[in-house]
Design a protein around this ligand. Structure first.
Ligand code: EPU
Length: 336
């Protein structure tokens, strides 16, 4: 492991917030984690930081930020139909995508170009273009911080739901994920339920190949979402709100073009981006922070924004959406 004092986190969070951690601990192997826990995390406030693509640091962090850098992808089992991969937490997510395309493993190609590390993927159950990572996770390995003991949770035990899991609930602040196991298909299998992706494939008259599906996803993302290397952002800032079918019908009388998708238990999931846009917030700016011109759900740092500027924009959006629709948006991003 490597320890840095008073470490600038600007390049460790995609929002590009210039904040400092009193200590920054780079974890270089899974087997050093019990020592990390006992020697550092037990004594200090701590935060486990993955790729920093879903974290908004609101101030300097007066404690230890622990960040995994150990990567690696291992084939654990292979049958006629499936392959089981064990992937280390510090592996960049998109490296895994590229690996799967090269080896023709099907299942996560729709999640192309999501920023962040593999160890963070189960935490918020990353999802895009009709696929959620929970559909491919076999199990998750890690350590509990309270006991320093290793754990293994099978998919069904991870309590996966829309942008949610046990790692954001009961195990929040009490686990370090070390490895994620994926069960992927060797047989050709695509998910084209997201209309925009199906249309893009059809328009380009591309053969159904992993590489092309992945390229299409990348193109759709590039058109809608800002590249965090160019414009600081943390992806979707809010969750898409889930409301009852009755509430949806009422709102629809007033806003006939309101988009909704079916959610569990007969509920409806609205598009937070559309609500924010209708509240007049698409591509709008307040100081150095604002929303993205092509996707109002993404808050951006237009350059030199302070955490307060970003939070002011978020709070104003919450207020405006509440006034217009009676819906309270919930932040998806972790605020630290
Ligand atoms: N829309 C608007 N205005 C906007 C943004 C969106 O009217 O400013 C409309 C779109 O036209 C579309 C609908 O809202 O009809 C949904 O938009 P989109 O397909 O872009 O998806 P989303 O629901 O806004 C979610 C995820 C994204 C993921 C996309 C694609 C959440 C919180 N966000 O966004 O995930 O990439 O679907 O599947 O669920 C992320 O989590 O960081 C993220 C980017």
């Amino acid at each position: 492991m490597q320890l840095f004092e008073n470490h600038n986190l600007k390049t460790y969070n995609t929002f590009g917030m210039e904040v400092f951690a009193r200590q920054f601990l780079q974890m270089e192997a899974a087997d050093e984690i019990p020592t990390v826990i006992n020697d550092y995390l037990k004594r200090e406030p701590y935060y486990i930081l993955g790729g920093g693509s879903n974290t908004l640091f609101t101030k300097d962090f007066d404690g230890v930020v622990a960040h995994p850098v150990f990567g690696g992808i291992e084939v654990m089992e292979r049958s006629r139909d499936i392959v089981l991969l064990r992937v280390a937490a510090g592996e960049p997510w998109d490296n895994l995508i590229q690996y799967c395309i090269r080896h023709e493993y099907f299942g996560i190609e729709n999640l192309t170009a999501i920023p962040g590390l593999v160890g963070s993927a189960p935490v918020q159950n990353i999802g895009a273009y009709g696929v959620e990572v929970k559909d491919t996770i076999y199990k998750v390995e890690g350590f509990r911080i309270s006991t320093s003991e290793p754990f293994e949770l099978m998919n069904a035990e991870c309590q996966f739901a829309y942008r949610n899991s046990i790692f954001k609930q009961a195990l929040k602040n009490d686990c370090i994920i070390t490895y994620v196991w994926f069960q992927l298909s060797i047989k050709e299998h695509f998910t084209l339920t997201y209309q925009g992706l199906a249309n893009a494939m059809a328009e380009r008259e591309l053969p159904m190949k992993l590489r092309y599906v992945s390229d299409c996803v990348r193109k759709i993302r590039d058109a809608k979402l800002p590249d965090p290397k160019v414009v600081g952002n943390g992806g979707s800032f809010f969750k898409n709100p889930v409301i009852s079918a009755e509430e949806y019908e009422e709102l629809k009388c007033q806003y006939p073009d309101l988009i909704a998708y079916d959610a569990p238990d007969g509920q409806k999931k609205l598009s937070a981006g559309q609500l924010i846009e209708k509240a007049g917030w698409k591509g709008k700016r307040m100081g150095n922070a604002g929303t993205w011109k092509n996707q109002a759900l993404v808050l951006v740092n237009y350059g030199g924004a302070t955490p307060k500027e970003v939070l002011d924009v978020a709070e104003t959006i919450i207020k405006d959406v509440k006034n217009l629709f009676g819906i309270t948006l919930e932040m998806e991003i972790n605020r630290i």
